[in-house]
Design a protein around this ligand. Sequence first.
Ligand SMILES: [Zn+2]
Length: 168
Amino acid sequence: MSAIQQNLKERNAKYASSFTQGDLALPPAKKYVVVTCMDARIDPAAAYGIDLGDAHVIRNAGGNAKDALRSIIISNQLLGTTEIILVKHTDCGMLTFQNADARGVVEKNLGSEAGQAVSNLDFQPFPDLEQAVKDDLEFLKANPAVSKQATVSGWVYEVETGKTRQVA
Ligand SMILES: [Zn+2]
């Protein structure tokens, strides 16, 4: 067992020993879904005020709405959420490279076959943080599979201060 697995096992045993919320309903109680970055410096529950059972939290590289679309539609249509909160963040890794860079790293690390496999993959990096938030909201609003009734907003979380501000 790796040290990471051992950590999971031990910390989970401790968590489960005082766990009392096993009767929560499947649909999120507060009917909202958060899309945010996978960045290790973000604790969505603590930073965005999400209690257990209240909301869906979808995380991926960049807090990317296109990547999250499948889960957003499931959240809205199958599990009843009516509000979408999109939160990107300062110092995001997605601000630091372009598609050619990512493809080059894959090829260098894993070989030409791997390079070929990602030759058409859009890693969806972005050069402008606030514009990327706005672009993602436009993408969601333009998608017919996202309800026009859904409340949609865009935010930036600052990893330097812990503060979150609304930008769209
Ligand atoms: Zn990020």
